[in-house]
Design a protein around this ligand. Structure first.
Ligand SMILES: [Zn+2]
Ligand SMILES: [Zn+2]
Length: 93
């Protein structure tokens, strides 16, 4: 029973392979908005772009003034408006 000769040690085969390298060329997604008339407005990161598209598409809960029914893209804008909205404002006193 002869021992099986060991296989060639690693590193002895061929030139260094580039299979382990990751190509980063042109792998970056296009962070631009071509909707809402934005005309390719660039965004620095994907979250900014997604937030922008959510706001523009109206998927995000649209803030509405409970007094006059005015619509706002941001709840903060609505709240600011609510403080000034005098429509149907029933004064307690
Ligand atoms: Zn847009
Ligand atoms: Zn209002």
């Amino acid at each position: 029973m002869d021992l099986v000769p060991p296989i060639d040690p690693p590193g002895s085969w061929g030139p260094p392979d580039a299979s382990g390298q990751v190509r980063v060329v042109s792998s970056r997604p296009e962070l631009q908005c071509w909707e809402h008339g934005c005309n390719g407005q660039p965004f620095s990161n994907i979250s900014n772009l997604l937030r922008h598209q959510r706001e523009k598409s109206g998927v995000a809960a649209k803030a509405t003034c409970s007094k006059c029914g005015a619509e706002f893209t941001r709840t903060t804008a609505r709240n600011k408006h609510l403080n000034r909205c005098k429509k149907m404002d029933t004064q307690p006193s």
